[in-house]
Design a protein around this ligand. Structure first.
Ligand code: ADP
Ligand code: MG
Length: 473
């Protein structure tokens, strides 16, 4: 018996049930740029919607036949066999169905089938395309993507809801998660690290909805941040020195202000000799050093059990003999563990947190420490904070959309009950250009930080001139 015959006989039952549904979708399935995107090797003009030529009826008919024959519940071995033998399968199907003429887009057809069998279906090309940063599936007929910071509709479409669900199953099944009516929302990660959120009907009215934030293969470097105007070269030198001098640094900012990106850049200055432990809710950091241990939290399972939180990981990390602890985002009780770690010899730790100013960050940290449930007096908490943190880097997304470091602030210590903060550099806006872009720069306040001596002792020599205000002529 030929491979096709075997496959066919095995899935007869399925096909019978499916035929009617498939015929109806076969007609509906519109011309898609999917066809174009799949076989074009260079990046397709994704967001400008130039439609690919209408595939012929024969093409569509053959495609639907093939889907009917082979796309039902295959195990890995069968899939391998099918993919290896796709040519002969298609030839056989053509022979069996004399009504259908050979199609020209043979290569394209094979790609589409392969994407369904071994990849993530119609969105596979977007996932493989490094210039695409986000993919959003709003039900079967609408797929958006972001490229170069621009979000736009693509011509990619799925056949129907079931087709989207099949791709979703593929994403969540290997993780031991499931998505169905009883658990209609799920967070998952692709093998390459991309983050996936899915929500399905009846909660999602458009149909199964998938949001993918792709893992960027080359994260921004300090030079990128300088180019974007997030900071200038002198500040870059200063923060590099701060990391090398093993100061404890906290990056503070709103959602999407670029905290994680800055944390990644800060981490890149850590010595290759150090043992680094990173702790995150969703692993985003990408460190280039050799000696890195990455830890990630775990959501509760279907029974609501087994969750592992940042706090658990911070505590565990202390027993891992880290030279540096890097925490993605501090949101709650883990703040206490982080501060204690920083105060007990784990210098040079880095973390981020959500807040609008350095002062606000300090206040929030107090609240977070209280969330640890230890009933510490406020004074003791402040002592912990003042003793632990050396620098707060405040980052903001300005009105014009640019992300800037707006303050580099030293945490000087405790005076009475008050944590003393001293700005070392602040952002000075000097105007707005014709395009609405904010003009301004990070300037020194003229204060030399108290930790300057510590830097010197570590053998890191910064010219004192970087702390003095330049007089513009
Ligand atoms: N300095 C920057 N300049 C321009 N874009 C940035 C900068 N930092 C981050 N981004 C972009 O902004 C988005 C959010 O960045 P991220 O670091 O994840 O922010 P946060 O951790 O504050 O939520 C990402 O798409 C990232 O590529
Ligand atoms: Mg972040």
């Amino acid at each position: 018996m030929s491979l096709l015959a075997r496959i066919h006989s095995k899935s007869q039952a399925n096909i019978q049930e499916q035929t009617t549904a498939d015929n109806s979708t076969a007609v509906e399935h519109p011309a898609t740029q999917q066809d174009k995107i799949i076989h074009v090797e260079v990046s397709p003009p994704l967001i400008e919607t130039s439609y690919a030529p209408e595939p012929s009826d024969d093409y569509m008919e053959l495609k639907n036949l093939i889907f009917k024959y082979i796309l039902k519940e295959r195990n890995e071995e069968e899939i391998e066999e099918i993919v290896a033998d796709l040519d002969s399968i298609i030839t056989e199907i053509l022979n069996e169905n004399e009504g259908i003429k050979d199609v020209k887009d043979w290569k394209l057809l094979k790609e589409e089938i392969k994407n369904d069998l071994t990849g993530y279906g119609p969105i596979n090309p977007l996932l493989l395309d490094d210039s695409v940063t986000e993919v959003m599936v709003n039900g079967p007929k609408q797929v958006y993507a972001e490229r170069d910071g621009k979000l736009g509709l693509t011509n990619i479409q799925f056949r129907d809801n079931d087709h989207v669900m099949a791709v979703l199953e593929k994403i969540v099944a290997p993780l031991g998660r499931r998505i169905d009516e009883s658990s209609p929302m799920v967070d998952a990660r692709l093998m390459d690290g991309s983050r996936v959120n899915a929500i399905i009907p009846p909660l999602a009215l458009n149909g199964p909805t998938i949001t993918i934030r792709k893992f960027s293969k080359d994260p921004f470097t300090i030079n990128d941040l300088i180019r974007f105007g997030t900071l200038n070269e002198e500040m870059a030198e200063f923060i590099k020195a701060s990391v090398e001098a093993k100061l404890n640094i906290f990056v503070s900012g709103g959602t999407g202000s670029g905290k994680t990106t800055t944390l990644n850049v800060l981490s890149s200055f850590i010595s290759n000799k150090d043992r680094i432990v990173t702790i995150e809710d969703a692993a985003e950091l990408q460190l280039g050093q050799d000696h890195v241990v990455s830890l990630e939290t775990r959501p509760p399972n279907i029974e609501g059990k087994g969750a592992i939180y940042i706090r658990d990981l911070v505590r565990n990390s202390l027993r891992m003999r880290p030279d540096r602890i890097v925490i993605g985002e501090v949101r709650g009780g883990e703040a206490l563990d982080m501060l204690q770690a920083m105060n007990t010899g784990h210098d040079g730790s880095l973390a981020t947190g959500h807040s609008n100013s350095p002062r606000d960050m300090v206040a929030r940290l107090e609240t977070m420490v209280l969330m640890a449930g230890m009933e510490l007096p406020v004074k003791a908490i402040r002592e912990q904070i003042a003793g632990a943190l050396d620098v707060i880097i405040q980052q903001s997304r300005l009105k014009d959309g640019t992300r800037r470091i707006t303050n580099i602030t030293e945490v000087q210590g405790l005076e009475g009950d008050i944590i003393v903060l001293q700005d070392i550099f602040t952002f000075k806006q000097s105007g707005i250009d014709q395009n609405g872009k904010i003009i301004g720069k990070l300037v020194p306040t003229g204060i030399r930080p108290k930790f300057y001596e510590r830097m010197e002792n570590e053998g890191i020599h910064l010219p004192t001139s970087i702390f003095t205000e330049k007089v513009e002529i």
